[in-house]
Design a protein around this ligand. Structure first.
Ligand code: MEV
Length: 335
């Protein structure tokens, strides 16, 4: 039996634009997905998930991933598309581990326990995929280095997201800290420990749909393509501000980024309400994080005002502070 965990993340800058080759800067936060795997004597796969800010689910796959879902807890209460995606991510992660360890017939019991709400812009799927590949490959006797782990996790996201995924979420979760991703170039960057405040509307966004929406706009209007390019400019300026420790400018650029993401149609009334509550409370900056459509915003505030304001915002169901987590995927002792 092996257990691994991997962190979630927030995007300081660059989600969506990164899909078209612009740079992005995500940072891992101290909220983790923990995955325990145990090899079975047959080639089947049984997955149990609890506490994904959902009802949880249990599902068993046919031999070697070839069969459909044969059992499912009857009280499941999540959008079907999200469940399909969640099982798709886990199935893909197990295939990657089997391939890495060259044990194509390996069956597993997989148990997932995540502190990261699913589909809410905090990189839950990347964290689950990274932790699953790490634990399952170690269970089969193969230890993957962070970059190899990140590459395999990316292949899974790429497939589940219909070929519309960047390396940002998976590289960040595998390696930890603040990273810069531009196409296939991924590297850690120096960032001060930023005072993140997260606001969560309790909802989710469908990443594949949201990415497709931006793609269509970009193809239809040259100014939408320019907007994507302008997000890239924000990221370049943001990287400079981060490395110079100019936190106020980082906040200002986050505000700008949110405005452009809203123009591309990926914000939501609830996300805008939380962003404005944070700004009115004096946050240095606030923006949606991840694919959008619903889920989380990230704000910068060293004081308590933003958290207080979010607590009184009708659209916000949860708010918490998050520290930058310098560690990526790691082996956990406890099962
Ligand atoms: C989703 O967390 C981030 C997007 O940029 C998609 C991706 O990078 O794969 C919207």
């Amino acid at each position: 039996m092996q257990t691994s965990s991997a962190p979630g993340k927030v995007y300081l800058f660059g989600e969506h634009a990164v899909v078209y080759g612009e740079p992005a800067i995500p940072c891992t936060i101290e909220r983790r997905a923990t995955v325990t795997v145990e090899q079975r004597s047959d080639d089947r796969l049984r997955v149990e998930a609890s506490d994904l800010s959902l009802e949880g689910f249990a599902v068993e796959y046919g031999g070697n991933g070839s069969g459909g879902k044969s059992e499912r807890s009857p009280d499941i209460d999540v959008p079907e598309s999200l469940l399909e995606a969640a099982t798709g991510y886990i199935d893909g992660a197990i295939s990657q581990a089997r391939e890495a360890a060259r044990v194509p017939e390996a069956g597993f019991e997989v148990s997932i326990d995540s502190e990261i709400p699913l589909g809410a812009g905090l990189g839950s799927s990347a964290a689950v995929v990274v932790a699953t590949i790490d634990a399952a490959s170690r269970e089969l006797g193969t230890k993957l280095e962070p970059r190899a782990l990140a590459e395999r996790a990316y292949q899974v996201e790429y497939e589940v997201q219909d070929g519309q995924a960047s390396r940002a979420d998976t590289f960040c979760s595998a390696t930890g800290g603040a990273v810069r991703v531009e196409g296939s170039e991924c590297r850690p960057i120096d960032a001060p420990n930023l005072p993140f405040v997260i606001g969560y509307d309790g909802g989710t966004g469908d990443t594949a749909d949201l990415v497709s929406g931006v793609r269509e706009l970009r193809e239809q209007y040259s100014f939408a393509a320019d907007t994507v390019g302008a997000i890239g400019d924000i990221v370049r300026e943001g990287e400079r501000a981060l490395e110079a420790g100019e936190i106020e400018q980082v906040g200002e650029l986050m505000n700008f980024d949110h405005g452009l993401l809203a123009a591309l149609g990926v914000s939501a009334r609830s996300l805008d309400a939380m962003v404005w509550a944070a700004r009115d409370a004096g946050a240095l900056g606030a923006k949606l994080t991840g694919a959008g459509g619903g889920g989380c915003i990230v704000a910068l505030d060293p004081g308590e005002e933003t958290s207080q304001a979010l607590r009184y915002t009708v659209d916000c169901v949860e708010t918490f502070r998050a520290e930058l987590d310098a560690e990526g995927a790691r082996q956990e002792d406890r099962p």
